[in-house]
Design a binder for this molecule. Structure first.
Ligand SMILES: Cc1ncc(COP(=O)(O)O)c(C=O)c1O
Length: 398
């Protein structure tokens, strides 16, 4: 198949998200085709052998290569500025591959402690079962990262902004500490989306996304992606995924590929609305604390100004009435739906202490900043005034 990739340097991000990575077939279709197929036939036994040996390029089997999945990977890599990408069945499959693909028994991992519950499970509970020790640190505290390093430390892992507290970590500084320690840095970039932050440019070795969030952004399918240099992908990721099989379905890859075409439009609009709503809600008597990356009162506002090109569509709100107040707020909402997903066209609200972070002890939640009154609002594509009207009437009852 011909490679449709236009010249890279001249293209702006929006253009790349529409055109990059296409593999137009012999039928000359305008939009990218959905290859809902598993295997491929070879013109000869010799060609088949050459493909398995890696001497000839071409598709083999959908567990590790499919034309539609490849188009999604290539478009993501081009947009992220990565040499290579591998798609996975979910964001957690991407996180697990990025970690498990790099370590072996005896190694050590350091991670920020404010993490999405499943990321924290993989690091603090799953890896130790296989002899990989882990240390959780307060992410913004650079001295804590340095102090946690051991001779056997192989990987640093962080989320920034973190789920759900929107805590921000200085990625360039942590990448420098990792490099000095001989470790790699993996960044879960879900909360900024690929639009607002480029961890590879800040010195990270690997970026992971749950494509389920802003990349799909319309509540349809699960997906994930790991992005890094070609050498990193070959050494740590490709074989792990090929042999263990958490493959992205070609159908989901096709949905995600088409979603990328509108990613900029959607995330820019959602972020603009979230930023205006955060300003309008700050100081509301029923909100004891509002955290929004982009406001000057964010605890890491200086780092945000350095490393993020925009804010986020997520706002963290601490409701003054604690858990009861947070529940009253959620139950009084009409337009904004109670749901634990994020980055969607629909505005969604969740109470992390009883959902995404419910499996942790109260002490662990307190350490992560997940209080009983905290709610996480993911701003969608609705009109700001409709969302504000819904929130304000619900806050009256919170
Ligand atoms: C920060 C972060 N990382 C990873 C994931 C996992 O993504 P998925 O649900 O696609 O497995 C999530 C899901 O909420 C998330 O918020």
């Amino acid at each position: 198949m011909p490679d449709d990739r236009p010249d890279k340097p001249a293209l702006h991000p929006e253009t790349r998200l529409v055109h990059e990575g296409g593999l137009r077939s012999q039928f000359g279709e305008t939009s990218e085709a959905l290859f809902l197929t598993q295997g491929h036939v070879y013109p000869s036994a010799e060609e088949c052998e050459a493909r398995f040996k890696g001497e000839s390029k071409g598709f083999i089997y959908a567990r590790f290569s499919n034309p539609t999945v490849t188009m999604f990977e290539r478009r993501m890599a081009a947009f992220e500025g990565a040499e290579a990408a591998r798609a996975t069945a979910s964001g957690m499959a991407a996180v697990t591959a990025a970690l498990m693909g790099q370590v072996r028994a005896g190694d050590h991992v350091v991670a920020s402690r404010a993490l999405f519950g499943s990321c924290r499970y993989v690091i603090a509970e799953l890896l130790p079962r296989f002899g990989v020790a882990s240390t959780l640190v307060h992410g913004p505290d650079l001295a804590a990262w340095r102090a946690a390093v051991r001779p056997e430390t192989k990987v640093f892992f962080l989320e920034s902004p973190a789920n759900p507290t929107l805590e921000v970590i200085d990625i360039a500084a942590v990448a420098a500490i990792a490099k000095e320690a001989g470790a790699t840095l993996v960044v879960d970039n879900v909360f900024s989306s690929p639009i607002w932050q480029k961890p590879l440019e800040l010195g990270a070795d690997c970026v992971v996304y749950s494509a389920t969030k802003h990349i799909d952004g319309q509540g349809r399918c699960l997906g994930g992606v790991v992005l890094a240099s070609e050498a990193f992908i070959q050494e740590h990721i490709h074989t792990f995924l090929r042999q263990t099989g958490p493959a992205l379905s070609p159908f989901n890859a096709w949905v995600l590929l088409k979603s990328l075409e509108t990613l900029t439009l959607r995330v820019e609009k959602q972020t603009r609305t979230a930023s205006e709503m955060a300003d309008a809600l700050a100081g509301h008597p029923k909100i004891s604390r509002l955290i929004y990356p982009g406001r000057p009162d964010h605890p890491q506002a200086d780092i945000i100004a350095r490393q993020m090109r925009g804010g986020s569509n997520l706002i963290a709100l601490e409701i003054a009435g604690g858990k009861a107040g947070a529940f009253r707020l959620q139950n009084a909402l009409g337009l904004i739906k109670i749901s634990n997903n994020l980055g969607d066209a629909k505005s969604l609200i969740t109470h992390p202490a009883t959902t995404t972070h419910q499996r942790f002890t109260p002490e662990e939640r307190a350490e992560m900043g997940v209080s009983d009154g905290l709610v996480r609002l993911s701003v969608g594509l609705e009109h700001r005034d409709d969302l504000m009207a819904d929130l304000l009437q619900a806050l009256e009852r919170a």
